[in-house]
Design a protein around this ligand. Sequence first.
Ligand code: SF4
Length: 284
Amino acid sequence: KDFRNNVKPNWCPGCGDFSVQAAIQRAAANVGLTPESLAVVSGIGCSGRISGYINAYGFHGIHGRSLPIAQGLKMANRELTVIAAGGDGDGFAIGMGHTVHALRRNIDITYIVMDNQIYGLTKGQTSPRSAMGFKTKSTPGGSIESTLSPLEVALSAGATFVAQSFSSELKQLTALIEAGIRHKGFSLINVYSPCVTFNKVNTYDWFKENLVNLDQEEGYDPGNRIQAMTRLMETGGLLTGLIYQDTTKPSYEDQVTGFRQEGISKQNIQITEDEFERLVAEFK
Ligand code: SF4
């Protein structure tokens, strides 16, 4: 199935987000989805435009709120495959509360974060993922705050699928998105997606020199949460590959009781005009 549409992305040439778009399109095709069975929900930021660049249902939400929208969508129509996407400012600053609670809730969504360690759309300010000492317009003397480690937070919050990749590793990134879509529960995939315009420190070359690929690490067990946390701490989060997966924890929607299992969009809701008026009156 073709997940490409005719919309030309207006990302800067060389932006890492192009690879993420291609990886989502390839992964969706590889798992046999159709454009009608996929919804891509995004927040605000350069990366937030991605929902308009994929031939599927798209919802360009508001800043930091892709996950509440994506979760509502999944509960309303559980037959949809739902991907939420956004940047590190979107998901790990203003949206961090939603991210933590979606992680522990384990609702069946794939969340892809394009992590470029800077705010690109607003022309280059320090983000929670920027390194200490990082100089931008908002921190001209260098950032004095610690860098947030979202994957360590995810493991602490009860995540069941944690992975990381890099825009230059399209094959690995595609495979991880496929695995995330297949995972029955919440999957967090953080992608080092360089901002070539505003981040002159964390460049493609910098990542190539510094990333450690777990796919090449003998004896690494993604089922071992302690080992996952240890390797993240040892490498300062500069790992790629499947870092952690727990297939035993049921998803949120499979545990909801007192609620019909089929999505709201599939339920035959017939009410009379009087009942409708009464319901509306309750919310006045
Ligand atoms: Fe990509 Fe940075 Fe350009 Fe935004 S400003 S499109 S993140 S390269």
